[in-house]
Write a protein that binds this ligand. Sequence first.
Ligand code: GDP
Length: 528
Amino acid sequence: MSKELQREIEKRRTFGIISHPDAGKTTLTEKLLLFGGAIQMAGTVKARKSDRHATSDWMSIEKERGISVSSSVMKFEYRDYEINLLDTPGHQDFSEDTYRVLTAVDSAVMVVDSAKGVEPQTEKLMEVCRMRNTPVLTFINKLDREGLDPLEILSDIEEKLQIECAPLSWPIGMGKRFKGVYNLYRKELNLFTPGESATSTETVKIESLDDPKLDEVLGRQADELREEIELLEGAANPFSLDDYLKASQTPVFFGSAINNFGVQEMLDAFVELAPAPGPRESTERVVDPAEEEFSGFVFKIQANMDPAHRDRIAFLRICSGKFNKGMKVRHHRIGKDVNLSKATIFMAQDRAHVEEAYPGDIIGLHNHGTIKIGDTFTPKEPLKFTGIPNFAPEHFRRVRLKDPLKSKQLQKGLIQLAEEGAVQVFKPISGAEFILGAVGVLQFDVTMERLKAEYNVNAVYESVDYSTARWIECDDRKLLDEFTSKNQHHLAHDAEGHLTYLAASEWRLGHTMEQWEGVAFLKSREHS
Ligand code: GDP
């Protein structure tokens, strides 16, 4: 194994932010990029043309806003680390991609609004982290506002997300009385000064909590802090790096992203604690990042990012080896060699051609519809990385074709869009029309647009009375046949031919599951 490769791997931190809309993900991202020097000042962009190549226009809207939050990958440097921040689209962009991005990261940062505690979208995203034992670091945001009691937030996290909390900082007051945070492991006070552009905080080192300096700077709140820390020491868990890396514990920081408070402290801990790229499972064997041979898998496909070219970009996460521009790799599923001469690397602001890249980095491959989610690329060895599943959809539509002569195109379009992960497609056992499933409703609009533009298909959606789906598995042939014949009206095959149960409600699903104990109802399914 080469020393250079090992060094590059150890420097890399590839992560995503999980949060509910409005918790502050965008604001936090902006501040992180600010520390990374990827943007000069929050809210403005000064593209460093000299060290970056062509800027692309697909991010023009984001540029107007000053920051490319909807770009899929932001790469920046901080201290000696190379950080890849993968976007987890929220708000109306929430989709299966949001989940899938989490299959390509090595860790996650969870943002929680201190006034709201754990919210539904965070719960959903944490479920994906739990599936993969992804380490999660927590940032509790908006301490400049009145919020819930910090201990209450911690127990909310522990209860709803089934993960132990280990606070590494502790807030001193909140809202109007917010004075800053006490850094528990450095024994430092970080004092709060409101203001959006601050990049550093005033820090006061104290010997212990009995230090009279504490009273000087905090006044009456010094005793409150002492009491709270005492309480905390009895109630909270001590931090354990091991437990964090095993994903059974989350270190917790408090701050205010908009005031850029507590962010650098969190970032410093993040780069030190968060894991570098590690080994990954494939169907054949476990692949170590330090292996010389390059390998990577596709976790996201984005269409028409550049309206002038109508290209599709497949996002590939490098799992092992070094990527060199122009290298030849094999697209194993279709058995074709491809030359990666025009792969793109994603910077915070623009796309540039990559010369070299390492495990943990994301590169973009141009693609004309041959790449599927989950496809693996290596120079020779036929590998297939696992853990890039489809996730059970929560929204459904029936597709009705307006021109019956176009049914072949519709089928072709839907299968391809399903392979790209744009939407999930189900063909009911009884019934001729396709049913589409999605995790976020915007996926339906995108699908319809693309059916029209790329496949010349004119169709409309009809509502359908389903709200959840599960993939069916059952080794007992007889039981499966019986289950299938009794549940015909709820069963469909997905784009890859797997049997799926569609239910009108969670309650209905639960009821069926109880009735058919020998049948497995799976919430996610691997791509084949
Ligand atoms: P996202 O939806 O998670 O990306 O959240 P945004 O970053 O867009 O933030 C949502 C709202 O919360 C915006 O109005 C922000 O200005 C505001 N916000 C973000 N961080 C803070 C904070 O630390 N304190 C306060 N008071 N507001 C914040």
